[in-house]
Design a protein around this ligand. Structure first.
Ligand code: F6R
Length: 609
């Protein structure tokens, strides 16, 4: 949730730290802080609110140092305040620490340290780490004190630390919370997320759980906490700076919505063999033999990724003939899920760091299942811990509300449908039809996104609506759920997403002249059935925006507004019908004056349970 950035080199640390924090703000943003080391002294600045607040408070020597760490916080233990903001210090301000994760035994450690005379100033679990190191420093050097302190922790951490007793080094470690080292020329960055260092370094090293690194101007050493030296591979960082910025748009969300023709195409690139009606998925090659033998798929994911999984279930069962179950990852490990070595568990996750999804992967592995990751962030924990997987290649998704990652997940689920389908008897003709349909989609997505202006007008017109109902049937049922989630999370309007047929079992009671229904009814195999639902809403005075297929303009007589999407294969319609709903939520949030990219109470990557 929170973001860490650190710098050591010959240039001004503050500039890298502030820029890195800005890029990390989407992870959590109730407060921020920065500490730099100059002439053997630590200078600390903290502020509640956004990074701009912090920057305006940085004074004097803190503006000119070459080593420093910084953090944006999303509160877990202790309310948002300057005192609770990171970096945290020991009793005398001789060391400084930033931490992501949760120290589960912090109360016990805090009591022990208070008993030894340590004075705590914050309510956070993180501060115990600083005091633990301080305590250990009484009997050893900084490096040993750092590792001994970490060994005493239960829970998770990504940490970066520096201390005046070893003032030219940066210490970092990871267990359960991501930490990446960026390697530049005579300088190094560390961060919880590579997007903070894009454009500054071209190589990165991903720390694994239980690993630490000591970095100075001469280089870095990576070790286990037991001091075993490790050889780590430096990987090329492919994301460009331009990709990580807004590209001239007012918000990341609209940039990411409009990027979907490209991100969708990138998900298919090199994988779709139209003439053979096949999907070539290189990441699955090592486990292909095992995949031939599976008899069941479980998709584990959260939020928007869960909705993509639901659409994937319909595709895979209809065209690949494999039983599929979609599970909330947050439930997976708490119930008895019947999986075994013939089950493939697919973890769908944009960030690859969602704690619940990661826990589901670990539980599935324990039960002997084959685990596959469909992940956007390269090198993320889920990508590394699954047996095999497929990257989305959607590029960095910065806005908290997920959009392009969702459609790229749908692209990959459609590729998986082809992959499994053709392995299990899908005909060449059907394979070619789906592959051709997929190939056409980027230009169709573009066409739908061109309707941003009329959708903006609709959002303004209905901006005072007190509640929304989103309905869709079959392939578009998950889109109703996803449309409702989008409007809830960024426009803060109560919204329900339901299968159209469920409306009469309860939600119909919500319909009155004030309500607005977003009704997804493309001309597909269930169109006629859906339309009776529309009549029922109109009969009760409800207002309706219908999303339907081009050529079906006649529906206008039954609806208050119509949004048209081009014709495509039924299983691919969700990839088009979600676009107007993303745009509607975006424009509604802007019309209401909300902070679109940073909705209240939410964080981009939910790395706590
Ligand atoms: C909604 C949203 C969240 C995420 C969920 C899972 O717009 O972004 O619901 O989809 O937290 O995140 P990932 O896909 O990173 O596992």
């Amino acid at each position: 949730m929170c973001g860490i950035i650190g710098y050591i080199g010959k240039r001004n640390a503050k500039d890298f730290l502030i820029e890195g924090l800005r890029r990390l703000e989407y992870r959590g943003y109730d407060s921020a802080g920065m500490a730099v080391m100059k002439d053997g002294r630590i200078f600390l600045t903290k502020a509640v609110g956004k990074v701009a607040e912090l920057e305006s408070k940085i004074r004097g020597d803190a503006r000119q140092a070459m080593l420093g760490i910084a953090h944006t916080r999303w509160a877990t233990h202790g309310k948002p305040s300057e005192t609770n903001a990171h970096p945290h210090a020991d009793c005398f301000g001789n060391l400084s620490l930033v931490h992501n994760g949760i120290v589960e035994n912090y109360q016990e450690l805090r009591d022990m340290l208070v008993g030894k005379g340590h004075r705590f100033v914050s309510e956070t679990d993180s501060e115990v780490i600083a005091h633990l190191v301080e305590e250990e420093l009484k009997s050893c050097e900084f490096e040993d004190a750092f590792t001994r302190a970490l060994s005493a922790l239960q829970g998770t951490y990504g940490v970066a630390m520096m201390g005046v007793s070893d003032p030219e080094k940066l210490f970092v470690a990871r267990k359960g919370s991501p930490l990446v080292i960026g390697v530049g020329t005579d300088e190094y960055l560390v961060a919880s997320d590579v997007s903070a260092m894009v454009g500054h370094v071209s190589k990165v090293i991903y720390l694994e759980d239980g690993e630490m690194a000591i970095i100075d101007l001469q280089g870095y050493r990576v070790k286990t906490l037991d001091h075993e030296l490790l050889e780590k591979e430096e990987q090329i960082l492919e994301w460009s700076q331009e990709q990580a910025q807004k590209g001239g748009h007012p918000h990341f969300m609209i940039k990411e919505i409009l990027e979907q023709p490209k991100s969708f195409e990138d998900a298919l690139r090199g994988r779709l063999l139209v003439e053979e009606g096949l999907a070539k998925l290189g990441g699955l090659m090592p486990v292909e033999e095992r995949l031939r033998k599976i008899d069941r798929i479980v998709i584990a994911s959260c939020g928007t990724s869960y909705h993509a999984g639901l659409a994937g279930e319909y595709m895979l069962e209809e065209y690949a003939g494999i039983p599929v179950e979609v599970e909330y990852a947050s439930e997976f490990r708490y119930r008895k899920s019947l999986i075994d070595e013939r089950t493939a568990v697919i973890a769908l996750s944009q960030s690859g760091e969602t704690a619940d999804t990661l826990a589901a992967v670990r539980e599935a592995k324990r039960k002997g299942a084959l685990t596959l990751g469909v992940v956007n962030v390269v090198g993320s924990t889920i990508a590394r811990e699954t047996d095999a997987g497929i990257y989305n290649h959607a590029g960095p998704e910065v806005s908290v509300a997920s959009t392009k990652a969702f459609t790229s997940q749908l692209a990959i689920l459609a590729l998986l449908t082809l992959y499994f389908g053709r392995m299990r008897g899908m005909s060449l003709v059907t394979g070619k039809r789906i592959a051709e349909g997929l190939r056409m989609l980027p230009s169709l997505i573009e066409k739908v996104a061109e309707q941003s202006e009329p959708i903006k007008k609709m959002a303004k017109k209905y901006q005072d609506t007190p509640h929304f109902l989103y309905l869709g049937r079959k392939y578009n049922m998950p889109i109703a759920l996803e449309g409702a989630l989008k409007i809830k999370e960024i426009a803060y309007v109560p919204a329900q997403g339901y299968p159209t047929g469920e409306m009469k079992h309860g939600p119909i009671a919500l319909i009155d002249e004030q309500s607005l229904c977003l009704f997804i009814a493309p001309k597909d195999s269930v169109y006629e059935k859906s339309i009776s639902g529309l009549e029922e809403i109109k009969a009760r005075g409800g207002r309706v925006i219908v999303i339907t297929t081009e050529g079906n303009e006649a529906i206008g007589g039954k609806a208050d507004e119509v949004i048209l999407i081009p014709k495509t294969l039924e299983l691919l319609t969700p990839i088009l019908s979600i676009i107007p709903l993303q745009l509607f939520a975006y424009h509604m949030s802007v019309a209401k004056g909300y902070d679109v990219d940073r909705p209240r109470n939410l964080a981009k990557s939910v790395t706590v349970e």
